[in-house]
Write a protein that binds this ligand. Structure first.
Ligand SMILES: Nc1nc2c(c(=O)[nH]1)N[C@H]1C(S)=C(S)[C@@H](COP(=O)(O)OP(=O)(O)OC[C@H]3O[C@@H](n4cnc5c(=O)[nH]c(N)nc54)[C@H](O)[C@@H]3O)O[C@H]1N2
Ligand SMILES: Nc1nc2c(c(=O)[nH]1)N[C@H]1C(S)=C(S)[C@@H](COP(=O)(O)OP(=O)(O)OC[C@H]3O[C@@H](n4cnc5c(=O)[nH]c(N)nc54)[C@H](O)[C@@H]3O)O[C@H]1N2
Ligand SMILES: [Mo]
Length: 667
């Protein structure tokens, strides 16, 4: 992102035309980043709660007063047990400097609980570790040369806009595009083939593709023999998955599966753009493992335009500074880990409680420090999450730009800078360059960067180690070690990681043996793992809640970020539920009606959109609205649950049964 500034005001904000992935374009929402930064409702001074918890009533206080009081409260809790203090952070910024860096040093020194940062990608991430030994994949730009592109569990035009021009270039050159997604997205519409399978059935589909690869002998036997471990066992399993069996599981026609398998087995080079939409179900990890094995079976990796890309973030490993977070500050302590997905339940747990998995919880959570995240809106089972945040005996500090649903529940809100105002260094999971973020504007109001806030808190807490004095520019210098110097990075803005063109053309996966693994240590062979909640896997529950609900992102929001930017909210208009015509008619629902979407966890009211985007039996509650902008102060996460995926301890947002009925208009 490039900005032109005059007199400390942005006059132009645009994509870097030279950057290989951005290519001069920003997505709709980020192109409004200046509007967001200069937003009239931005928090510009520290705020202290005066009203009841969750009411969002605050008074302005000085930084000194806020920091002194926060340090006193945290010190008092830490004297009893620092693990009662929990950091909560995720995707607000994924920069190395304003992400963890100074924050991690602070929490390491304190001995606070660790956070398992699982809310997005860890099921798929662990699947890649199991299969390839790392989060590694194709270079995104090489998809332009693929003859077949399979967009699997991803809405590129919405969530991965910079992939789309690459896919279009391939399409223009004659490639076939396939989209595998329960929803008829804007991306699915523009592909040649759309497989609208039921949520959580991807593992069955991948096994049936393997079945066809075997029986038609579309396998690359030489590649398998040299570069794949454990195929014999998986081969046996895949032979039990004829397309007829998978068709029932996936809600697809047998021929759709057979035709897709033929296309995949016979078109070279074939690239799979897997994404995170398909791993947000109980069996998401196993399904991602199965998909990741497909290019190993056909030898697609031999060509640079063949293989798969889910995440390329593992390539960064060699360029991150491993000492950046100063793990030595833990001084031998091994604090407990809290999973960010189960914060709803965990806020209610008592000291020493035995958890469902048999582990002992440790101390009750007494303080939460939230930065780069809006858990009251984005975490599953949000009625429970909000109830936890309303606990009178919980001390909550939120570093934010705005009074989000989470900030409304804070004891202190601390004003943070935006990307236009601070230093950072960014990796990526979709491309293979690193990027520098230089401040373009002076910090608005009294806002401070996350790193500056943790630095100031460290000083109040009496942390005297020199690493707590590193300023933001120094942190940006320390965060990475190559491929270029800090000065070179500043000059160009970004740098390509030096990686092989076709990384696994001759094997060399980052596993100990260098082979891709069907059979992974400790977890065995992948299999189709049915959803927790689906008509087939939970027929009793489905009698009361017969519709599967997925909640992928609305195009003009970034998770819950940008929901308060008026020009973007105006495009999205209001929270909606897409429903197929037959499902709507059976319930007497017309387009535009206010509906009640419900299950045993909660109620969510929004407008129905009767839409051909929805297949029968599946509804789409597009996310992630701020609760306070929704009817009755709820959003779609009122309905999702805290159960974890098979791998990666991740949320299963898209594994959720609901019922829908017409409701009265909002009061
Ligand atoms: N505009 C916009 N862009 C974003 C985001 C945003 O909120 N808004 N979020 C960013 C973030 S944090 C992330 S992690 C990425 C996520 O981006 P992606 O990984 O591409 O994932 P999603 O867009 O969440 O979901 C992709 C698609 O998966 C489909 N899907 C749901 N369940 C299943 C299933 O069981 N199987 C299959 N095959 N498909 C399924 C959904 O219908 C959706 O169209 O996007 C990033 N980009
Ligand atoms: N139902 C449902 N729920 C979902 C998803 C879904 O698809 N469906 N998607 C999930 C996914 S993929 C993800 S990644 C999570 C994301 O959940 P979060 O990580 O909570 O991401 P956001 O909702 O974007 O909220 C980020 C917050 O950080 C703030 N922020 C941005 N930059 C900074 C900064 O520099 N400093 C500070 N202090 N704050 C900053 C923003 O103002 C914003 O309020 O949500 C998950 N929740
Ligand atoms: Mo995410």
């Amino acid at each position: 992102m490039r900005v032109t500034v005059q007199g400390d005001k942005v006059v132009k904000l645009y994509g870097d035309p030279d950057h290989p992935t951005t290519g001069g374009a920003l997505c709709t929402k980020v192109s409004r980043y200046a509007e967001r930064t200069e937003h009239a409702e931005r928090v510009l001074k520290p705020l202290k709660r005066v009203g009841p918890k969750g009411a969002g009533e605050f008074v302005e206080v000085s930084w000194d007063e806020a920091l002194d009081d926060i340090a006193a409260r945290l010190s008092e809790i830490a004297r009893r047990d620092p693990q009662a203090i929990v950091p909560y952070s995720y995707a607000g910024t994924m920069g190395m400097v304003q992400g963890e860096g100074m924050a991690a040093r602070f929490f390491n020194k304190l001995g606070a609980s660790r956070l398992d940062r699982t809310i997005c990608s860890s099921a798929g991430g662990d699947a890649l570790l199991a299969t390839y030994g790392g989060k590694v994949g194709m270079h995104v730009e090489h998809f332009a040369e693929s003859r077949l592109i399979v967009i699997w569990g991803s809405n590129s035009i919405t969530s991965n806009l910079h992939f789309w021009p690459i896919a279009l270039a391939a399409k223009r050159a004659g490639a076939t595009l396939v989209c595998i997604d329960p929803r008829r997205t804007e991306t699915a519409e523009k592909c040649h083939v759309h497989l609208a399978l039921t949520p959580g059935s991807d593992g069955a589909l991948a096994l049936a593709v393997m079945h066809e690869l075997i029986v038609n002998d579309w396998l690359d036997h030489d590649y398998i023999a040299r570069h794949v471990d454990g195929w014999d066992g998986l081969r046996e399993r895949a032979l039990q998955w004829a397309p007829e069996r998978a068709a029932v599981e996936c809600g697809l026609a047998v021929d759709q599966i057979r035709d897709f398998a033929r296309l995949y087995g016979t078109t070279k080079p074939a690239g799979i753009r897997l994404n995170y939409g398909m791993q947000r179900v109980r069996g998401g990890g196993n399904a991602a493992r199965l998909v990741a094995l497909l290019p190993c079976l056909t030898g697609a990796w031999r060509h640079r335009a063949g293989g798969m890309l889910l995440s390329a973030s593992g390539w960064l490993k060699d360029f991150r500074n491993p000492g950046f977070d100063h793990p030595g500050l833990l001084a031998g302590r091994d604090p407990r880990t809290v999973n960010m997905v189960t914060i709803g339940d965990d806020l209610q747990r008592q000291t020493g409680e035995t958890m469902p998995d048999g582990r002992v919880f440790g101390p009750r959570i007494e303080a939460l420090i939230v930065y780069n995240s809006n858990p009251v809106a984005v975490a599953p089972d949000s009625r429970r999450v909000a109830a936890g945040f309303r606990r009178e005996d919980l001390f909550t500090v939120v570093l934010e730009h705005f009074l989000t649903d989470t900030a409304d529940h804070a004891d202190y809100v601390l004003p943070a800078t935006t990307q236009l105002e601070h230093w950072d260094v960014h990796g990526s999971y979709g491309h293979t360059t690193i990027v520098i973020n230089e401040p373009a504007l002076t910090p608005r109001g009294q806002s401070r960067s996350n790193a500056a806030i943790f630095r100031a808190l460290a000083q109040r807490m009496g942390f005297t180690e020199p690493c707590f004095r590193d300023d933001d520019e120094t942190l940006a210098r320390q965060a990475f070690k190559g491929p270029v110097s800090f000065e070179e990075l500043r000059e160009v803005g970004w740098a390509r990681l030096p990686l092989p063109e076709a990384p696994f053309a001759d094997g060399g996966f980052p596993t100990p043996s260098g082979k891709a693994r069907c059979d992974a240590p400790g977890i065995g062979l992948p299999d189709h793992v049915p959803p927790y909640e689906s008509v087939r896997s939970a027929p009793e529950l489905a009698k009361r809640f017969p519709l599967a609900m997925i909640s992928p992102p609305a195009r003009n929001f970034l998770n819950s970020t940008f929901v308060n930017v008026k020009s973007l909210r105006a495009i999205e208009h209001e929270p909606i539920l897409e429903i197929a015509a037959d499902d709507a008619a059976a319930r007497g629902i017309a387009d535009g009606d206010i509906v009640r979407v419900f299950n045993d966890r909660g109620d969510y009211r929004c407008a129905a959109r009767v839409s051909a985007r929805a297949r029968p039996g599946v509804v789409h509650g597009l996310g992630v609205w701020w609760r306070k902008y929704g009817l009755d102060g709820t959003n779609v996460n009122e309905l999702t649950h805290q159960k974890l995926t098979d791998l990666g301890r991740a949320p299963s947002f898209y594994d959720c049964l609901v019922e829908v009925e017409r409701a009265q208009a909002a009061a």
